[in-house]
Every structure is written in structure tokens, then in C-alpha cells.
Write a protein that binds this ligand. Sequence first.
Ligand code: UTP
Length: 296
Amino acid sequence: MQKKRIRKAVFPVAGLGTRVLPATKTVPKEMLTVVDRPVLQHCVEEAREAGIEHFVFVTGRNKAVIEDHFDIAYEMEETLQRRGKLKELEGLQADLPAAGATSFTRQQLPLGLGHAVWCARDIIGDEPFAVLLPDMITLPGAGGKRCLQQCLDTYNEHGGNVIAVEQVPMEDTHQYGVVAKGQDFGASFEIAGMVEKPAKGTAPSNYIISGRYVLEPQIFDLLAKGQKGAGGEIQLTDSMIELAKTQKFFARHFDGKTYDTGSKLGFLAANVAFALARPDIEPGFRAELKRIVGTL
Ligand code: UTP
């Protein structure tokens, strides 16, 4: 299959975040802070590092603050300038996507991840694109590459569609989308089958779909059918299963670390791991952490 440059990424951010209530009563879960920036900002940085040029956010009601976060904070920047806090000012400016590099659309109702991705169809158009689930944030693996960059490496090698996978204990597979392993290519393998939330004991492997995708635009025609799957939601996995009948799918076994900030434990673990990975924060934080751990 012909390979094209992946320029656009979709960030589905319309979920309700019920697993991290009460924090998400008024604050979108994607805006909760890991170290000193929103979860979503970590994810956008990963996409930028991978060469993504246009960021498409599928939002919902009560999520307007996301749009503000990716705009200039005029009063804040003017005050920082006046007070000579230039380091902070430069930090804000460096994080800001270029004017016109973001799009926002609304899902209207949280009908499922597949439906959220479908809402981006007109903005994506007829080109392959990336999807990043923003509550999954990653620390780099081999060669300093984060998950999306590794998926793009696989795409550039094989073309087709690419899904990031990781391994979990077999007894946990019923909570996830699971792929079956086909031909092995080292860091990647061809996907021989997929299933969303398999019944206990029936998963075809322990490789779970972990929140980064490169998809061909034909996925939109299948998502348009709006078929409901596991949990009564329009599942992305179901349309990928359909698309796999006519196109190839590859799995990229990400060798860095992934944290699910959509759960309370994952969110806490992410804060610890990301703080320890920050040279400016690590020394002080390590000492504090040792003090806490010493009391356990
Ligand atoms: P999750 O299932 O983790 O999100 O979906 P959720 O529904 O917010 O979670 P809980 O279980 O209630 O805590 C994965 C991603 O897909 C987005 C979510 O925002 C999240 O980033 N999503 C999910 C949507 O954008 N729309 C949906 O209808 C469902």
C-alpha cells in the first residue's frame, strides 16, 4: 500500500472521565496535571516530536478550557513580560501550537471512541492520520522515541494501518482490545485478528491495544455505519476489524513506558514517573519520595 506523510492527529477528548471522579466533575480529565502540565499537553508534545503538524481535538460540553489552553494567554504573557519572568514566558510560547495548527470539533454525545474519531472525518479528509488517546501518556523507549514515533517508523516501513500494543497479564486481557499475532518483524508484527474486550479466557494473545494508531482514511466509511459494540458504544476496534478484511494492520510493540492517567492509580504512577524523568525536578522529588517510602 502507498505510504504518505502523516500530518494530522486526532485527540478524542469528549469522554466523561467517570473513573477519576470527583476531579472530573468540572475539570476535563485531559486537563489534570502530570507534574506541571495537563495530561493532554504531554500527548500533544509526543505528536509534535513525531512530526505531526495539525492537531484535531474532538471535544464535548464542559471542555472549552482545552481550546483556551492551546491559545495565547494574553494577560498572563503580558504580566510575565512586565515582571521579567522571561523563562516562564518562553516556556509558554514554546508549547503553543502555531496559529491555524489546531482544529476543534464536538462529539455532542459520548457514544464511544469510534464515534469520536468519526467526528474528525471532514477535518482529516482523504489522508492517513494518527489517533492518540490522551489519557495514555508515554515515556520514551529505545533511541529516545515515544510511542507515536515508533508507530510511524513501522508505518514508514510497512505502510497500512498501525496500532501500538503492549503486553499485560493474560488474566487482565478482558478489559482491553486484544490483537492476535501474525508474521513477526522484530519490533512489529502483522496483526492476524482483533477483538474488543474478549470474554475471560478467550483472548487470542496478551497484546493489548494501547492508545496510539495510524489509520487509513477508509476507516471513516466503516465508522459511519455507527454500529454499537462492547458496552453499547461505537467501538473503534469493530471498524478496524472490518477494515482489516481489505487492508493490512501492523502492531508496534512499544518499548517505552505507558501510563493510563484515566485511572486513579495510573494517574498517580504517571506523576511519580514523569517527575523522576525531569532533570530539574528529579533531585528534590527523589529525596521527598524516599522520605515517604521510608515510612511504608
Ligand atoms: P475512555 O473510555 O478511557 O474514556 O476512552 P472515558 O469514557 O472518559 O472513561 P471513564 O471510564 O468514564 O473514566 C478513551 C478515550 O476516548 C475518549 C476519552 O475522552 C478518552 O480520551 N472518548 C471516549 C471520547 O472522546 N468519546 C467517547 O464517546 C468515549
